[in-house]
Design a protein around this ligand. Structure first.
Ligand code: PEP
Ligand code: MN
Length: 357
C-alpha cells in the first residue's frame, strides 16, 4: 500500500476547517483531583479536547509509568462534567481495548511505539472495526518511512480518521530543543499526503515552557493543522515532563496571541521566507553543534595518542577545499575561508580545553 485512505477527523464539536485544532491537558493523569482541576480550567477557557497520558512509556525504568486503567474513570468524569472530549496514548492492544471500552474519544500512538513495527501492527489489529480518530506521533528517530509505515498499518485496519503528530526527533547533541524539530520531515509528510492532518506538539519538541509560544506560532506559520500542548494545574509538581507543562491560563494566553495566517503554503510572503531562513539557521546551529562534538572526540583521540592539537596540513586542507567549494557555489572564496577559520578556531579552543583537563 502506498496511499492512505483518509476521511475527515470528524471530531464532534470541532470545526474541521478552523485552525488550530487544540488538544490540551497534562502529560499524565496523576490523581483524580489533578485531572479534574486541570480539565475544569481548560474547559472554562474553551478547550474542546482533553489529553492525559494514562499509560506512560518511559525511557528508563523507575519513572512514573502512569496510573493505568484506574485513571480511565477520571477521563470519563472529565467528559461528563466538562463536555470536553478525551484523548489518551495507547501502546498495546490491551490499552486500546480498555480505552475503547471506557469511551475515550481519540487515541494517539507515542513516539517510542511508532518506531516499532511489530507493536504498531498489533495495535492496528486491535483497532479493527473501531470508529475513532487516531493520531500517530513521529518515531523518535528521524525516519519518515517508519512514520508513514505506522500510519499505513493503522489505516490498513480500516481507521480513516487518521492524523499525525510532529513531536520532534531525538539526537545526542546538546541543543536548544528537547527533540530536534527537523521541520523538513513533517513538511515532506505533508507533501506526500496533503490530506493528512498534522498536529504539532510544541511541548515535546521544546521541552521548556518558554519555547511553547514561539513553537506554536511557528507551527501555525508553517501550516500545521493543530496543536497538542501539555497543560497542568500545577506544572512544577507534575509527575512527568514538569519543565514543559504550562498552566491552563498560560496556554490560553499563548493561544489568544497566535496570529493565524491562512494560505500560508501558497503565499511567498516575506514572513514565510523568513521562516525558512530561521529553519535553515537552526539546522546550521545543529550541524555546528554536531561538528564540535566530533571535534571533541578527535581531541580525546589526540590526547590518547599524544598528538598535537593543531596539525597545519589538515588546517590548510580544510580552508582550501572549502574556499574552492565556496567559489563553485557562487560565494566569495575568502568569505568561506573566513567562516571555516572561525569554526576551526572554536574547534581548537574546545579541543585545548579537553586536552588540558
Ligand atoms: C506524551 O505525549 O506525553 C508523550 C509521552 O509523548 P512522546 O510519545 O512524543 O514522547
Ligand atoms: Mn509528556
Amino acid at each position: 500500500m502506498d496511499d492512505l485512505r483518509l476521511s475527515p477527523l470528524n471530531i464532534p464539536g470541532v470545526d474541521e476547517n478552523k485552525r488550530p485544532l487544540v488538544i490540551a491537558g497534562p502529560c499524565s493523569a496523576e490523581t483524580e483531583e489533578q485531572v479534574m482541576n486541570t480539565a475544569r480550567q481548560l474547559a472554562g477557557r474553551g478547550c474542546k479536547i482533553f489529553r492525559a497520558g494514562v499509560w506512560k512509556p518511559r525511557t528508563k525504568p523507575g519513572g512514573f509509568e502512569g496510573m493505568g486503567e484506574a485513571a480511565l474513570p477520571w477521563l470519563q468524569r472529565v467528559k461528563a462534567e466538562t463536555g470536553m472530549l478525551t484523548a489518551t496514548e495507547v501502546a498495546m492492544p490491551k490499552h486500546v481495548e480498555a480505552a475503547l471500552n471506557a469511551g475515550i474519544d481519540l487515541l494517539w500512538i507515542g513516539a517510542r511505539t511508532t518506531a516499532n513495527p511489530f507493536a504498531m501492527q498489533e495495535i492496528a489489529d486491535s483497532l479493527k472495526g473501531a470508529d475513532i480518530p487516531v493520531l500517530v506521533k513521529n518515531p523518535v528517530n528521524p525516519d519518515i518511512e517508519l512514520w508513514i509505515g505506522a500510519l499505513e498499518r493503522i489505516n490498513g485496519a480500516g481507521i480513516t480518521r487518521l492524523g499525525a503528530i510532529h513531536r520532534g526527533f531525538s539526537s545526542i547533541d546538546q541543543k536548544i530543543y528537547r527533540n530536534a524539530p527537523m521541520w523538513h520531515i513533517p513538511i515532506e509528510l505533508h507533501r506526500r499526503h496533503p490530506e493528512l492532518p498534522i498536529i504539532c506538539d510544541p511541548s515535546h519538541i521544546g521541552g521548556r515552557r518558554d519555547l511553547i509560544a514561539p513553537l506554536c506560532q511557528q507551527a501555525m506559520d508553517m501550516g500545521f493543522r493543530g496543536l497538542i500542548v501539555e497543560s497542568h494545574c500545577n506544572p512544577d509538581s507534575a509527575w512527568s515532563d514538569a519543565k514543559q507543562q504550562v498552566l491552563p491560563e498560560v496556554l490560553d494566553f499563548i493561544l489568544d496571541r497566535l496570529v493565524i495566517r491562512e494560505n500560508v503554503e501558497t503565499t511567498e510572503s516575506l514572513s514565510a521566507l523568513r521562516k525558512q531562513i530561521d529553519t535553515l539557521d537552526n539546522d546550521l546551529m545543529e550541524l555546528l553543534t554536531r561538528r564540535m562534538r566530533i571535534s571533541r572526540e578527535i581531541a580525546t583521540y589526540k590526547k590518547e595518542h599524544n598528538m598535537a592539537v593543531v596539525q597545519t596540513g589538515r588546517y590548510s586542507e580544510i580552508l582550501d577545499k572549502r574556499g574552492a567549494q565556496g567559489s563553485l557555489c557562487g560565494m566569495d572564496a575568502d568569505f568561506v575561508r573566513k567562516i571555516f577559520e572561525t569554526i576551526h578556531e572554536e574547534s581548537v579552543r574546545q579541543q585545548m580545553e579537553l586536552i588540558n583537563k
